[in-house]
Write a protein that binds this ligand. Structure first.
Ligand code: GLU
Length: 475
């Protein structure tokens, strides 16, 4: 059996968003699970759409996710170059083969003449087809005219590894351009040449190319190329399911998520399960599990929906699973200003406390700042709290006083504090939702915080009592 070779072939037209990266991930998983080769090829033959800096963005995005390529730009390989604009002589040579075998011809028509043909077809209510206007004696192709494929319209039936059995009629096939008059090949032509030369066994790409597949099949035949496995990935839709998620519709640069405190494990898990599952209820997959379990026949045929809430949930799950040392490394840029001077030990203690509460690394700022700097009392937070607003200000103050009393004679490890807190419940006859919320706000003035006993143990006795007193003073 030939070993599996897959490729990701993006055009450098801007940043990478979830849809594009998911295609890369699936192709990479197929290669990795079979000990195959994953190739990164850049399809930069449409110079008008090119956006500067995109190639760096593409590489950075794949690297951030941990998708490594074995051949391709930067790393090289046996089929160099991997940048299509540097392969023009190769396409010319293959185009010439088609000219020589009578399967390509120079298009002699001006724009105006083509318009004329189009108008005529429209008036006759016929679809416009280039192949209805093949020149009887085409000029010699000198590179100044577009070169067109002389197609062989027919029926096709083929199997798509995701979409299943597909079929098309001759109307899907026309004389498309192989080489444009600027000397650059079209995507339709050069990706086929490159996939063949690079020995690609599995072509994974997005749904937008499915209607062109009959053309590709026709060209494989003309070039006597063996057809690779074709796998069409359905679109990723916006959450409402109505619109394809695209750069123009708010799809974000994948690297943005990293800056916002998402970890790559969560993003990879999210992307892999965007339209794929392993047939069980499992939601959390490590990269090794994905490599083991991924299969094209379990990719859904219908579009996947981009649910950012699910990504957020997965991110929290993955942050929770990180070893403290690892989390500490990743959190470097997410500490609040006031933590900059704190020792590594102090930061790690706080990190261990808040780890389970972090949905993104960026939550660290809100969740940790009160450990490093005194918060300003804000009694509106108490008034806005559903439970706490049931009590009067005097009652709040009385509860805080009793708490100060008990906590001042408590030992200050987490366990002793818990015992003291439980005793406080008995003394005051209050529910935890009232008493603990009050103390929590009194020491942190933050919307949420880790377990109360751990929080105040980390703050220490002096700061805890001091803050509770300040809360009373500010009431
Ligand atoms: N260059 C194409 C794109 O960026 C790639 C399609 C393919 O994978 O063949 O959409």
């Amino acid at each position: 059996m030939t070993s599996i070779r897959t490729r990701f072939a993006p055009s450098p037209t801007g940043f990478m968003h979830v849809g594009g990266v998911r295609t890369a991930l699936f192709a990479w998983l197929i290669a990795r699970q079979n000990g195959g080769v994953f190739i990164l090829r850049i399809e930069d033959t449409d110079k008008v759409r090119e956006v500067e800096g995109s190639i760096t963005q593409i590489k950075d995005s794949l690297r951030w996710l941990g998708i490594s390529w074995d051949e391709g730009i930067e790393v090289g390989g046996p089929h160099e170059p991997y940048l299509q604009s540097e392969r023009l002589p190769i396409y010319k040579e293959w185009a010439q083969k088609l000219v020589d075998s009578g399967r390509a011809y120079a298009d002699p028509y001006s724009q105006a003449e083509l318009e004329g043909f189009r108008d005529k077809a429209k008036a006759a209510k016929r679809p416009f087809l280039y192949r209805d206007h093949r020149p009887i004696q085409p000029p010699v192709w000198d590179g100044s005219q577009p070169l067109r494929f002389k197609s062989d319209p027919k029926n096709y039936a083929w199997k798509d590894a995701v979409m299943g059995d597909l079929a098309s009629g001759p109307e899907a096939i026309d004389d498309f351009i192989l080489i444009k008059s600027d000397g650059f090949p079209t995507y339709n032509f050069c990706h086929i040449v490159d996939d063949a030369l690079m020995g690609i066994t599995h072509v994974l790409r997005s749904q937008e190319f499915i209607s062109s597949t009959p053309k590709f099949l026709n060209l494989y035949e003309a070039l006597e190329i063996e057809q690779p496995v074709l796998a069409t990935l359905p679109y990723v839709m916006a959450i409402d399911g109505k619109k394809k998620l695209g750069k123009r519709d708010g799809a974000k640069d994948i690297l943005e998520y990293g800056h916002e405190g998402y970890v790559p494990e969560a993003m990879m898990n999210f992307l892999a399960t965007l339209g794929w599952n392993d047939g069980t209820e499992q939601e959390i997959f490590s990269v090794n599990e994905l490599i083991k379990k991924f299969s094209l026949d379990r990719v859904q045929k219908s579009p996947a929906r981009f649910d950012e809430q699910r990504l957020l949930w997965l991110n929290g799950q993955w942050i929770r699973r990180l070893a403290l040392e690892d989390l500490y490394e990743r959190a470097t840029n997410f500490w609040p200003e006031c933590a900059q001077q704190a020792s590594e030990g102090a930061k790690k203690q706080v990190l261990a406390l808040v780890q389970d509460r972090l949905k993104t690394l960026a939550d660290l700022a809100v969740l940790s700042s009160y450990f490093f700097e005194e918060p300003t009392p804000n009694w509106t937070m108490i008034d806005d709290n559903k439970q706490l607003s049931k009590l009067s200000r005097d009652e709040h103050i009385a509860l805080l006083r009793t708490s100060i009393n008990e906590l001042s004679s408590s030992k200050f490890d987490s366990e002793s504090i818990q015992i003291t807190l439980n005793r406080l419940l008995e003394i005051t006859g209050q529910k935890p939702a009232i008493l603990f919320s009050l103390i929590r706000l009194g020491v942190s003035w933050a919307p949420f915080s880790p377990a109360l006993n751990d929080t105040i143990s980390a703050l220490g006795q002096h700061a805890t009592l001091d803050r509770l007193q300040q809360a009373i003073d500010a009431a």
